[in-house]
Structures are given as structure tokens and as C-alpha cells.
Design a protein around this ligand. Structure first.
Ligand SMILES: Nc1ncnc2c1ncn2[C@@H]1O[C@H](COP(=O)(O)OP(=O)(O)O)[C@@H](O)[C@H]1O
Ligand SMILES: [Mg+2]
Length: 376
């Protein structure tokens, strides 16, 4: 068969798959009044706030199916900070947007898995929770801080009004004076000098770093159980980045919310995270406590990421970069996704995708080098 007929056949298949997926999606969307019994579940461990179990989020594009998140499982314990790290395009944002149910359908969909959210005496599965209920969770329980604060702040309203709005929504018993007082306290909490002046400013009058502080204040204003910060410092310059990270680290001990911190820079999370999850091409390749990952990294990808971060007081001619790039997400190989970039390959790496091997109770790695019985 020549390649033209082959590609025609491929695109016909893609369009057939996409059509059937959209049909199923629309059918599900029409469902109204979903009873709690359909999304009620229970936590495996009540100390966890979130338990993500075999989550798969795919995008049904005209070019084929992008398996952006391809079967990931991890827990977010109450009051702890979990960091997700990995190069750009590894599925970090898609995994957190899935958690918030902010994946744009029908192209993007959660196709499998459970996201258990602890609501006290029981848990709910966020992948099945009705949209109305999800909206209330987003406003009350889980707050998100994005990379570019200017897109999340409304340019035509003063900073104070925008924070007041969040506080009023959550504290209907407060009068105007109390709300204002709380807003100014929130601004002070995130280290804004002259908080009263900033309260009356418009977003464009603030620097990028200040705007990000305002976003953090707004996220905290609803007293959330969890904060998701997706690359919160990437758009800022280096000294401001450090200040925002200091702020987050400082806040971490003052509030009792869990934090999910997403970054492509392993250096950012060293002192902040309790647990680190390393993602590569839609899967988790290694996870453990921060100590496990920083002091005893196992996966060649994690080792590469650590090697490519700058170290203070150490002169290098050129910063190390892992050779190659993330594979095409539409045509993933059957073997380990990192194989073609890895310089520690063994024969087994040609075979099927490696399963997780436990290095310790807290530390596991998906790499054939650490298969049980092999030398470590
Ligand atoms: N709306 C979309 N349509 C198609 N592919 C998408 C879409 N959003 C994200 N992707 C793909 O999903 C993969 C993961 O993306 P993302 O989670 O944004 O990566 P990152 O780790 O940089 O946050 C990438 O290959 C990206 O191209
Ligand atoms: Mg991202």
C-alpha cells in the first residue's frame, strides 16, 4: 500500500473515533440531576485530601488522539505540599486542569480514572461530579493561581474591589467595613507594602510580582482546602521569582491548605515540597518525598532534570540539557517513553513500558534498571 492511501485510511479512522467520542460526550452532557450516589465514593486513606487514581485525559484532535495524561496516580495529603515537575509538554497543566474539571470538551476529555476528594464524612469523585457542584468546589475549596496574573485579574476594577468580591461571596455576614479590613489584611499577608494604596489601584498600575501577590491573596481569601499553583513564577524575572517562592513557602506554614505546585524547574521546589512527582510524556516516572527525589534520584530522567538546574556558587561553561525532546504525543512507543533520550539503557528497555518498582515505602520509580532483584 502506498503512503497516500495509508494516511487517508489513518485520517478516516481518526475522524471515526472522534465522531463516536463526541457523541458519547454530548450524551453525558445532557444528563441532569445526577444523584450523589453516582459520584459518592470513599477515600483509601482519610489523611489525604485528594487521591488521583489511574487518571487519563486525552485530546481527540484531527491529527489523532493526544494522550496528554496517560494513567497517573498520586495522593495529596492534607496540609502538605506536593510538587509536579517535568519538562514543558509533559502533562502537568492538563493533570491539574482535569482535577478542576477545566478541560475543554469535546476535544479534551477525562476518559478513565477517579479523582477522590475528601469532603469530611465521605468522598466525591470529581471526574463524575455535576458541573454545578464543581463550580462551588472551585470557588470554595480549591483555588488556582496561574502563570500570568494579568489574564486572571479584571483590568477595569480596582484591586480592592476584586478581593472584596471574593470575601463577600464567602462571608455573607460581614459588613462593608469588615470586608475591606479583611481585604487589606490579605494584601498585608502576602507581603504587599502600602496595602491601603494598592487596595485602590488598578491591575495595570502594579508590577508583575505585585500582581502575582494579589492573585495569591485572592486565592487565600476564600480560605480554600487546596491551592493549585501552575508555574506561578515563570512569567516573572528571577529576583521576583525568588520572592514569590519565599512568600509561598512562608504561607505554607501559616495556612493549613494543601498546595499542589507545578513547575518545570526542579530547583524551585527543593525547600518547599513535601512530596515530588516527576512526570514525563503523560506518565509519572518517579515519585517520592522531596528527600528521596533530591538526595537519591533514580530515574535517568530525574537525574537529568537535577543536572540541568543551576547551582549557586558553581561555575559551569554551559548548563546541561537532556538531549532530544519529548516524543510525539500522538504516536507513543510501546517501550519506555524516555528510552530514546536515555544513556543508561539495558536490553529490557526495548520491551514493554516498565511498571513501578518500589525503592522504599515512600519512593517508587518506573524504570527497568530498578526491577526487583537487579542491582541498584
Ligand atoms: N487543547 C489541547 N488540544 C490538544 N492537545 C493539547 C491541548 N492542551 C494540551 N495538549 C497537549 O497535551 C500535552 C500536555 O500539555 P500540558 O499539560 O499543557 O503540558 P505542561 O507539562 O507543559 O503543563 C502536550 O503535548 C500538549 O500539546
Ligand atoms: Mg503547563
Amino acid at each position: 500500500m502506498n503512503s497516500k492511501t495509508e494516511s487517508k485510511k489513518y485520517f478516516k479512522q481518526v475522524s471515526k473515533t472522534n465522531k463516536s467520542v463526541i457523541k458519547k460526550y454530548n450524551k453525558n452532557k445532557k444528563k441532569k440531576n445526577i444523584p450523589l450516589s453516582q459520584y459518592k465514593t470513599s477515600m483509601r486513606d482519610s489523611n489525604n485530601l485528594i487521591e488521583i487514581d489511574n487518571l487519563k485525559t486525552f485530546f481527540y484532535t484531527d491529527m489523532g488522539t493526544v494522550k496528554a495524561v496517560n494513567g497517573i496516580s498520586y495522593n495529596i495529603p492534607r496540609g502538605k505540599t506536593v510538587a509536579i515537575v517535568g519538562e514543558s509538554g509533559c502533562g502537568k497543566s492538563v493533570s491539574s486542569l482535569s482535577l478542576m474539571r477545566l478541560i475543554q470538551g469535546p476535544v479534551g476529555q477525562i476518559v478513565e480514572g477517579e479523582i477522590r476528594f475528601n469532603v469530611g464524612d465521605h468522598a466525591i469523585d470529581l471526574t463524575k461530579t455535576p458541573i454545578k457542584k464543581m463550580q462551588s468546589i472551585r470557588g470554595n475549596d480549591i483555588a488556582m493561581i496561574f502563570q500570568e496574573p494579568m489574564t486572571s485579574l479584571n483590568p477595569v476594577f480596582r484591586i480592592g474591589n476584586q478581593i472584596n468580591e471574593v470575601i463577600e461571596l464567602h462571608n455573607s455576614d460581614m459588613d462593608k467595613k469588615e470586608v475591606k479590613e479583611k481585604s487589606i489584611n490579605m494584601l498585608k499577608l502576602v507581603g504587599i507594602p502600602r496595602a491601603e494604596g494598592i487596595y485602590d489601584s488598578y491591575p495595570h498600575e502594579l508590577s508583575g510580582g505585585m500582581r502575582q501577590r494579589v492573585m495569591i491573596a485572592m486565592a487565600l481569601a476564600c480560605d480554600p482546602k487546596m491551592i493549585i499553583a501552575d508555574e506561578p513564577t515563570t512569567a516573572l524575572d528571577v529576583t521576583i521569582q525568588a520572592q514569590i517562592l519565599d512568600l509561598l513557602r512562608d504561607l505554607k506554614d501559616k495556612i493549613d491548605a494543601s498546595i499542589l505546585l507545578i513547575t518545570h524547574d526542579l530547583g524551585v521546589v527543593a525547600e518547599m515540597a513535601d512530596y515530588v512527582i516527576v512526570m514525563y510524556a503523560g506518565r509519572i516516572v518517579e515519585q517520592g518525598t522531596a528527600e528521596d527525589i533530591y538526595l537519591k534520584p533514580k530515574h535517568p530522567y530525574t537525574v537529568g532534570l537535577l543536572k540541568s538546574k543551576p547551582v549557586v556558587n558553581k561555575y559551569v561553561d554551559r548548563l546541561y540539557t537532556i538531549p532530544g525532546s519529548v516524543p510525539n504525543p500522538i504516536a507513543m512507543p510501546n517501550h519506555c517513553f524516555f528510552k530514546d533520550r536515555c544513556n543508561s539503557c539495558i536490553n529490557k528497555c526495548e520491551g514493554e513500558y516498565p511498571c513501578f518498582n518500589n525503592v522504599s515505602d515512600t519512593h517508587k520509580v518506573a524504570c527497568w534498571l530498578y526491577e526487583r532483584g537487579r542491582k541498584k
